[in-house]
Design a protein around this ligand. Structure first.
Ligand SMILES: [Zn+2]
Ligand SMILES: [Zn+2]
Length: 330
């Protein structure tokens, strides 16, 4: 059961929107962002801080000298800063490249008629910065799993020469793809959409800054897949780096607002098994379709691709005037 309607406003195609029950656009202005943002994140962040404070207090009172208390804050800081750099490089770099430099060249197809509003971009950045804190907290959980002996890292040898290393890279990506598809379907059930996933869907015309613009619960659901896989498979830090680069790249590509693949991409196997920029951009307009992250086979198998997906892709990529407008929504 999916929730939300088919928004196809400001689209390049003749597809008409169905009656929408999707979240309304955020109010413009600072109050329209800050108050709902704090209402969304504060209960969750207060709970996390309270649990951490309790653990630290018990450690201090009983003089347990717990490693998680000693190292936890430093691990949190390192993971937060590392992820922040990754976010700024990928989202900031592509935003600068496509929205500032390349937009006027018409080399790449702009998917929707106009650009996202500055209010949308501010909201996407604000929620993403909060999501990075949840990702850092999951980094601390990974460390806790290693301390507890249930998550194993290996560091020895030249990993790229080991078949198991490449097996683990492929497994991580395939498992995450399945995890993303099915948790995403779950997030589109009525209750979870209204309470959680609607935050991400406030962007109807997403930019790369929306890559991590999640409700704290959704950020946790996305990040927890690493420790879950770590319970069943030894992890190498370079495997995690490769997976994160591909994950961030595809996440940014899905929200880029420009299509990078050529016009014939979806006509041939195996290319149509890989998702495109148009695929996830359509999901932000037609919320009942296109749930996949990296690959299209889950959407193909469960018939959740938008019926106009390929036609929309070809319309976008075959336009003469690929750069459609200079103006932002507001
Ligand atoms: Zn999205
Ligand atoms: Zn969604």
């Amino acid at each position: 059961m999916e929730y939300g309607g088919n928004r196809m406003s400001e689209v390049t195609s003749p597809i008409q929107p169905e009656a929408t029950t999707a979240a309304p656009r955020a109010k413009k202005g600072k109050r329209g962002l800050i108050v709902p943002f704090l209402q969304t994140i504060l209960p969750w962040f207060a709970g996390i801080v309270a649990i951490c404070g309790l653990v630290a207090a018990v450690d201090w009172v009983l003089d347990l000298q717990l490693m998680i208390v000693k190292r936890g804050p430093a691990i949190f800081g390192v993971v937060y800063v590392t992820n922040l750099i990754r976010y700024l490089l990928f989202a900031g770099g592509t935003f600068l490249a496509f929205y500032v430099v390349l937009r006027r060249t018409g080399w790449f197809a702009q998917i929707q008629k106009s650009l996202a509003s500055w209010a949308d971009i501010r909201r996407e950045v604000t929620y993403s910065l909060a999501s990075l804190a949840i990702f850092a907290m999951v980094g601390v959980l990974v460390y806790l799993g290693e301390l507890a002996g249930v998550i194993h890292f290996y560091y020895d040898g030249i990993p790229t020469a080991q078949p198991f290393f490449w097996f683990s890279v492929v497994t991580m990506i395939l498992v995450h793809d399945a995890w993303f598809y099915w948790t995403h379907r779950l997030l589109h059930t009525k209750y979870l959409y209204a309470k959680v996933h609607r935050i991400h869907h406030q962007s109807h015309n997403p930019t790369p800054w929306a890559a991590f613009a999640f409700h704290p619960v959704e950020a946790f659901v996305q990040a927890i897949i690493l420790p879950i896989v770590g319970l069943f498979m030894p992890l190498h830090p370079i495997m995690i780096v490769i997976w994160m680069l591909y994950m961030t790249g595809m996440n940014v590509f899905g929200h880029l607002g420009f299509e990078l693949f050529p016009r014939n991409f979806l006509r041939y196997w195996p290319f149509y098994w890989h998702n495109t920029g148009v695929h996830h951009n359509m999901h932000h307009r037609c919320v009942n379709y296109n749930f996949g992250l990296y690959f299209n086979y889950w959407d193909l198998l469960f018939k959740t691709n938008h019926p106009e997906y390929q036609a929309e892709f070809e319309r976008v990529t075959s336009r003469e005037d690929k750069a459609m407008t200079d103006t932002h929504d507001d």
